[in-house]
Design a protein around this ligand. Structure first.
Ligand SMILES: *Cc1c(COP(=O)(O)O)cnc(C)c1O
Length: 220
């Protein structure tokens, strides 16, 4: 579980911290930087918001997982900044499944193209340049609706897509030198489920839920 602490004061985070929580999620870079500066070093910070490329550099030194990578350009930028400081950064790719146009993320076809490009036997320059990220799984947000059946269908669909992409990849990668694989060969992470829909998400195969208001109360 990632405790989504965006817009909430540091005192609230410390209350959850003292109860044993160590994973916190933020959606704005400046807010994350301020909190990371003030709060204990053993917190695992998750970035879950839209990330602008010009701000990547600031969070790469310490971020534990970036959930919201929504373009190849951003992926490349994270890799480049991580390379400069000799880190390898764990990321998730955000899939666009919801009906709302406003939500961001890769389409399924874009993801399939990207995985093809990154497949190890196909040693393209793009692949060899990505030694400083590890794609650990996918993230999605369901449509904001009361229609539980639609939410369930979207989550189930992303679970299927995760298995398709990562298991296919693993099968191919295992036949080759996987030292530098930019995609995890472990079980993929599937980050889905928020306060309103996490029970459905877990039933449909989520491995990581992002809970804000159910923990910290409504945001103003
Ligand atoms: C705010 C936010 C959450 C948490 O939402 P709640 O409904 O408060 O649980 C989860 N994921 C993302 C990407 C968010 O922006």
């Amino acid at each position: 579980m990632v405790c989504v602490s965006k817009f909430k004061p540091e005192a609230d985070i410390m209350e959850a911290y003292n109860a044993g929580e160590r994973n916190f999620g933020e959606s704005r870079v400046q807010e994350l930087l301020d909190k990371q500066h003030d709060l204990p070093d053993d917190i695992h910070w998750h970035f879950i918001g839209h990330l602008q490329t010009n701000k990547v550099k600031q969070i790469v030194p310490f971020v534990s997982l970036i959930h919201s990578v929504d373009s190849e350009h951003l992926l490349q930028k994270i890799n480049d900044e991580a390379e400069k400081i000799g880190r390898r950064v764990d990321v998730l790719l955000e899939v666009h499944v919801a009906k709302e146009q406003t939500k961001t993320g890769f389409t399924e076809d874009e993801l399939r193209d990207l995985f093809d490009k990154l497949t190890v036997y196909n040693s393209t320059p793009f692949f060899s340049a990505l030694n400083n990220i590890r794609i650990c799984g996918l993230m999605c947000m369901a449509t904001n609706t009361d229609d539980q059946a639609l939410i369930r269908q979207e989550f189930a669909h992303v679970r299927q897509l995760t298995d398709e992409l990562f298991l296919n990849y693993r099968e191919k990668a295992n036949r080759h030198n996987t030292q530098q694989s930019p995609i995890t060969l472990d079980e993929p992470i599937l980050s889905m489920g928020m306060s309103e829909d996490y029970l459905i998400a877990i039933e449909e195969g989520s491995t990581m839920v992002r809970i804000g208001s159910d923990i910290f109360g409504e945001r103003s």
